[in-house]
Design a protein around this ligand. Structure first.
Ligand code: ZN
Length: 221
Protein backbone atom coordinates (compact mmCIF):
# COMPACT_ATOMS: atom_id res chain seq x y z
CA UNK A 1 0.00 0.00 0.00
CA UNK A 2 3.05 2.30 0.05
CA UNK A 3 2.10 3.80 -3.31
CA UNK A 4 -1.25 4.93 -1.94
CA UNK A 5 0.43 6.17 1.23
CA UNK A 6 2.51 8.40 -1.01
CA UNK A 7 -0.64 9.80 -2.59
CA UNK A 8 -2.23 10.51 0.76
CA UNK A 9 0.90 12.22 2.01
CA UNK A 10 1.00 14.30 -1.18
CA UNK A 11 -2.59 15.30 -0.53
CA UNK A 12 -1.89 16.40 3.04
CA UNK A 13 1.11 18.43 1.94
CA UNK A 14 -0.87 20.05 -0.88
CA UNK A 15 -3.77 20.96 1.40
CA UNK A 16 -1.38 22.38 4.03
CA UNK A 17 0.45 24.42 1.42
CA UNK A 18 -2.75 25.94 0.01
CA UNK A 19 -4.01 26.73 3.50
CA UNK A 20 -0.75 28.46 4.31
CA UNK A 21 -0.89 30.56 1.14
CA UNK A 22 -4.60 31.36 1.40
CA UNK A 23 -6.18 30.47 4.77
CA UNK A 24 -9.77 30.99 3.55
CA UNK A 25 -9.38 29.02 0.30
CA UNK A 26 -11.11 25.75 1.18
CA UNK A 27 -13.82 27.37 3.27
CA UNK A 28 -14.68 29.69 0.41
CA UNK A 29 -14.72 26.91 -2.19
CA UNK A 30 -16.74 24.55 -0.02
CA UNK A 31 -19.63 27.03 -0.07
CA UNK A 32 -19.82 27.59 -3.82
CA UNK A 33 -18.22 26.97 -7.19
CA UNK A 34 -18.53 29.51 -9.97
CA UNK A 35 -16.32 28.37 -12.84
CA UNK A 36 -16.43 30.37 -16.07
CA UNK A 37 -15.30 27.45 -18.20
CA UNK A 38 -16.43 23.95 -19.08
CA UNK A 39 -13.61 21.73 -20.39
CA UNK A 40 -14.54 18.68 -22.43
CA UNK A 41 -11.35 16.74 -23.03
CA UNK A 42 -9.77 13.33 -23.44
CA UNK A 43 -9.28 11.03 -20.44
CA UNK A 44 -5.59 10.75 -21.37
CA UNK A 45 -3.53 11.24 -18.20
CA UNK A 46 -1.23 13.67 -20.01
CA UNK A 47 -4.00 16.20 -20.67
CA UNK A 48 -5.09 17.62 -17.28
CA UNK A 49 -7.44 20.60 -17.61
CA UNK A 50 -6.44 22.69 -14.59
CA UNK A 51 -2.69 22.44 -15.08
CA UNK A 52 -2.81 23.18 -18.80
CA UNK A 53 -4.96 26.26 -18.24
CA UNK A 54 -3.11 27.36 -15.09
CA UNK A 55 -6.38 27.37 -13.13
CA UNK A 56 -7.03 26.65 -9.46
CA UNK A 57 -9.70 24.32 -8.08
CA UNK A 58 -13.09 25.94 -8.60
CA UNK A 59 -12.21 27.62 -11.88
CA UNK A 60 -13.02 24.98 -14.52
CA UNK A 61 -15.82 22.43 -14.70
CA UNK A 62 -14.53 19.26 -16.35
CA UNK A 63 -15.87 16.36 -18.38
CA UNK A 64 -13.44 13.84 -19.86
CA UNK A 65 -13.88 10.69 -21.88
CA UNK A 66 -11.83 8.68 -24.34
CA UNK A 67 -11.25 10.84 -27.45
CA UNK A 68 -13.22 13.84 -26.08
CA UNK A 69 -16.48 12.91 -27.76
CA UNK A 70 -19.84 14.65 -27.43
CA UNK A 71 -22.40 12.03 -28.42
CA UNK A 72 -26.03 13.12 -28.72
CA UNK A 73 -27.33 10.22 -26.65
CA UNK A 74 -24.61 10.27 -23.95
CA UNK A 75 -26.51 11.33 -20.83
CA UNK A 76 -23.31 11.67 -18.87
CA UNK A 77 -21.83 14.32 -21.16
CA UNK A 78 -25.18 16.00 -21.87
CA UNK A 79 -25.93 16.27 -18.14
CA UNK A 80 -22.55 17.85 -17.55
CA UNK A 81 -23.19 20.40 -20.29
CA UNK A 82 -26.69 21.09 -18.97
CA UNK A 83 -25.53 21.62 -15.39
CA UNK A 84 -22.61 23.77 -16.52
CA UNK A 85 -24.76 25.99 -18.75
CA UNK A 86 -28.08 26.16 -16.88
CA UNK A 87 -26.87 26.13 -13.27
CA UNK A 88 -23.24 27.25 -13.22
CA UNK A 89 -23.71 29.65 -16.14
CA UNK A 90 -20.30 28.96 -17.67
CA UNK A 91 -19.36 31.43 -20.40
CA UNK A 92 -17.08 29.23 -22.48
CA UNK A 93 -17.16 25.57 -23.42
CA UNK A 94 -13.76 24.29 -24.52
CA UNK A 95 -13.55 21.09 -26.55
CA UNK A 96 -9.94 20.08 -26.19
CA UNK A 97 -8.55 17.22 -28.23
CA UNK A 98 -4.87 16.37 -28.32
CA UNK A 99 -2.37 15.29 -30.92
CA UNK A 100 -1.21 11.70 -30.63
CA UNK A 101 -4.54 10.60 -29.11
CA UNK A 102 -4.47 6.83 -28.63
CA UNK A 103 -8.24 6.57 -29.07
CA UNK A 104 -8.18 8.42 -32.37
CA UNK A 105 -5.20 6.37 -33.50
CA UNK A 106 -6.88 3.07 -32.65
CA UNK A 107 -9.94 4.16 -34.60
CA UNK A 108 -7.85 5.22 -37.59
CA UNK A 109 -5.77 2.09 -37.80
CA UNK A 110 -8.60 -0.32 -36.96
CA UNK A 111 -6.57 -1.79 -34.08
CA UNK A 112 -8.89 -3.80 -31.84
CA UNK A 113 -8.72 -2.78 -28.18
CA UNK A 114 -11.97 -4.14 -26.76
CA UNK A 115 -15.26 -2.63 -25.65
CA UNK A 116 -13.92 0.87 -26.27
CA UNK A 117 -13.86 0.09 -30.02
CA UNK A 118 -17.62 0.62 -30.01
CA UNK A 119 -17.26 4.05 -28.44
CA UNK A 120 -14.55 4.93 -30.95
CA UNK A 121 -16.92 4.18 -33.83
CA UNK A 122 -17.93 7.83 -33.41
CA UNK A 123 -14.40 8.80 -34.44
CA UNK A 124 -14.74 6.37 -37.35
CA UNK A 125 -17.79 8.35 -38.43
CA UNK A 126 -15.73 11.56 -38.39
CA UNK A 127 -13.10 9.83 -40.54
CA UNK A 128 -15.78 8.66 -42.97
CA UNK A 129 -17.26 12.15 -43.25
CA UNK A 130 -13.84 13.64 -44.08
CA UNK A 131 -12.30 10.65 -45.86
CA UNK A 132 -11.56 12.54 -49.06
CA UNK A 133 -9.58 15.22 -47.22
CA UNK A 134 -7.79 12.70 -45.01
CA UNK A 135 -6.73 10.49 -47.91
CA UNK A 136 -4.91 13.51 -49.41
CA UNK A 137 -2.68 13.79 -46.33
CA UNK A 138 0.78 12.44 -47.09
CA UNK A 139 1.83 10.59 -43.95
CA UNK A 140 0.07 8.56 -41.31
CA UNK A 141 1.34 10.87 -38.53
CA UNK A 142 -0.10 13.94 -40.22
CA UNK A 143 -3.34 12.09 -40.98
CA UNK A 144 -3.66 11.33 -37.27
CA UNK A 145 -3.07 15.01 -36.44
CA UNK A 146 -5.73 16.10 -38.94
CA UNK A 147 -8.21 13.55 -37.60
CA UNK A 148 -7.60 14.77 -34.02
CA UNK A 149 -8.44 18.28 -35.24
CA UNK A 150 -11.45 17.23 -37.34
CA UNK A 151 -12.78 15.26 -34.39
CA UNK A 152 -12.67 18.40 -32.23
CA UNK A 153 -14.38 20.48 -34.92
CA UNK A 154 -17.19 17.92 -35.19
CA UNK A 155 -17.60 17.78 -31.40
CA UNK A 156 -17.92 21.57 -31.25
CA UNK A 157 -20.73 21.26 -33.80
CA UNK A 158 -22.31 18.51 -31.70
CA UNK A 159 -22.27 20.74 -28.58
CA UNK A 160 -23.83 23.58 -30.57
CA UNK A 161 -26.63 21.30 -31.76
CA UNK A 162 -27.63 20.17 -28.26
CA UNK A 163 -30.96 21.45 -26.96
CA UNK A 164 -29.07 22.85 -23.95
CA UNK A 165 -26.99 25.26 -26.04
CA UNK A 166 -29.78 25.99 -28.50
CA UNK A 167 -32.09 26.93 -25.61
CA UNK A 168 -29.38 29.01 -23.90
CA UNK A 169 -28.81 31.00 -27.08
CA UNK A 170 -32.53 31.46 -27.73
CA UNK A 171 -32.96 33.04 -24.27
CA UNK A 172 -29.97 35.32 -24.89
CA UNK A 173 -27.48 33.63 -22.54
CA UNK A 174 -23.87 34.42 -23.44
CA UNK A 175 -22.11 31.10 -23.90
CA UNK A 176 -19.62 30.25 -26.61
CA UNK A 177 -18.05 27.00 -27.77
CA UNK A 178 -14.42 26.66 -28.85
CA UNK A 179 -12.31 23.95 -30.51
CA UNK A 180 -8.72 23.46 -29.36
CA UNK A 181 -6.05 20.82 -29.88
CA UNK A 182 -3.30 20.30 -27.29
CA UNK A 183 0.22 19.26 -28.21
CA UNK A 184 1.83 16.69 -25.93
CA UNK A 185 5.23 17.57 -27.38
CA UNK A 186 5.33 21.24 -26.32
CA UNK A 187 2.43 21.67 -23.89
CA UNK A 188 0.79 24.31 -26.09
CA UNK A 189 -2.82 24.56 -27.21
CA UNK A 190 -3.61 25.22 -30.89
CA UNK A 191 -6.78 27.12 -31.68
CA UNK A 192 -8.65 25.51 -34.57
CA UNK A 193 -10.62 28.60 -35.63
CA UNK A 194 -13.82 26.89 -34.53
CA UNK A 195 -15.38 29.43 -32.18
CA UNK A 196 -19.15 29.68 -32.02
CA UNK A 197 -21.16 32.18 -29.95
CA UNK A 198 -24.53 32.09 -31.73
CA UNK A 199 -26.49 29.68 -33.96
CA UNK A 200 -25.69 31.68 -37.09
CA UNK A 201 -21.93 31.46 -36.32
CA UNK A 202 -21.83 27.68 -36.56
CA UNK A 203 -21.74 27.02 -40.30
CA UNK A 204 -19.33 29.90 -41.13
CA UNK A 205 -17.01 28.83 -38.29
CA UNK A 206 -17.14 25.21 -39.46
CA UNK A 207 -16.36 26.22 -43.06
CA UNK A 208 -13.53 28.52 -41.94
CA UNK A 209 -11.98 25.89 -39.67
CA UNK A 210 -11.94 23.33 -42.47
CA UNK A 211 -10.64 25.85 -45.02
CA UNK A 212 -7.75 26.90 -42.76
CA UNK A 213 -6.70 23.33 -42.00
CA UNK A 214 -3.34 22.49 -43.58
CA UNK A 215 -3.41 19.39 -45.78
CA UNK A 216 0.25 18.52 -45.61
CA UNK A 217 2.41 20.50 -43.11
CA UNK A 218 1.91 20.87 -39.40
CA UNK A 219 -0.19 23.59 -37.81
CA UNK A 220 1.84 26.70 -36.80
CA UNK A 221 4.75 24.61 -35.61
ZN1 ZN B 1 -6.73 10.99 -26.17
Amino acid sequence: MSELDDLLRNNREWADRIKQEDPGFFERLSKQQSPRYLWIGCSDSRVPANQILGLDPGEVFVHRNVANLVVHSDLNCLSTIQFAVDVLKVEHILIVGHYGCGGIQASMTGRRVGLVDNWLRHVGDVFGKHAERLHKVGTEALRLARLCELNVIEQVANVCHTTVIQDAWSRGQAVSVHGWCYSLSDGRVRELGMDVAAPEDLQPAYDRALASMPVSGKRDE
